[in-house]
Ligand binder design. Structure first.
Ligand code: MF3
Ligand code: CO
Length: 251
């Protein structure tokens, strides 16, 4: 799919979508507690999305049956909410959400701790988040896309974590997935040159063990092959003339 450059008006709509999505994540984080189901989280997220007059972009996307992806522990991404899947103390829960505001999309993910978690799990979450921030340092006009990929990969490697290959970040705009694809691992090519007005979803998916993943029989849920924990961190960002702007956070 094509790489699109957004106009000032489109950027304003993507900013609004991003701010709303930041609130959606805050509300899900506040609500998250042991004893609730992954479906409860989906309901809360969808309610907040709709309360702002937005559409949950994941619902029915290529047949995805819910509004939020809720991926617990060794689930990497695309966990399908289930009223029988109860979240418990010590779990790590990746929440991925997308909204459409006046036709413009924002996409963001966070991995959260449920109560007390192990030091190792805490480190995985923090390093995955930092992978995003290492990558975005290179998200500047004139740089090449794969500088972002290499920076994410290098940071994860320092911790001997596995970087998921099968799923990548992406351009975003009126479509959830636009060009370019944004791998989280080193590439042989430089990739496209970054230009102001590009909006990108950068989303490292990092495993505590090996990088290999497999799909469950539900055809959505991606889990680590070795059963190790996995974390995800994603924001929608804007390439500018200067520093990149993170659209899917508040301030
Ligand atoms: N944030 C994910 C992505 O960028 C989730 C979308 S998959 C969906 O691909 F099917 F749930 F929408
Ligand atoms: Co995404």
């Amino acid at each position: 799919m094509a790489v699109t450059i957004k106009s000032a008006r489109e950027i304003e709509l993507m900013r609004k979508a991003g701010k709303i999505l930041a609130v959606v994540h805050e509300e899900m984080e506040k609500a998250l507690r042991p004893g609730m189901s992954t479906m409860d989280i989906n309901r809360i997220g969808e309610e907040v999305i709709r309360s702002y007059g937005c559409i949950p972009s994941f619902l029915d996307y290529q047949g995805y049956p819910a509004s939020i992806c809720v991926s617990v522990n060794d689930e990497v991404v695309h966990g399908i909410p289930d009223k029988h899947h109860i979240i418990k103390e010590g779990d790590i829960v990746s929440l991925d959400a997308g909204v459409i505001y006046h036709g413009y999309q924002s996409d963001a993910a966070r991995t959260l701790a449920v109560g007390e978690i192990s030091r190792e799990a805490r480190q995985l979450i923090e390093v995955t988040r930092q992978c995003f921030f290492e990558g975005i340092r290179y998200a500047k006009a004139g740089n090449h896309l794969h500088q972002i990929s290499a920076a994410i990969h290098e940071y994860a490697e320092r911790y001997h974590y596995g970087v998921v290959r099968e799923l990548v970040g992406h351009g975003i705009g009126t479509n959830l997935h636009e060009g370019p694809q944004i791998p989280n691992f080193r590439q042989k090519t430089k990739g496209i040159r970054l230009v102001p007005g590009m909006t990108l979803a950068i989303e490292p998916m990092i495993n505590m063990g090996g990088c290999e993943v497999r799909w469950l029989d539900d055809e959505w849920t991606v889990v680590t092959q070795d059963g190790s924990l996995s974390a995800h961190y994603e924001n929608t960002i804007l390439i500018t003339d200067g520093e990149p702007e993170i659209l899917s956070i508040r301030n």
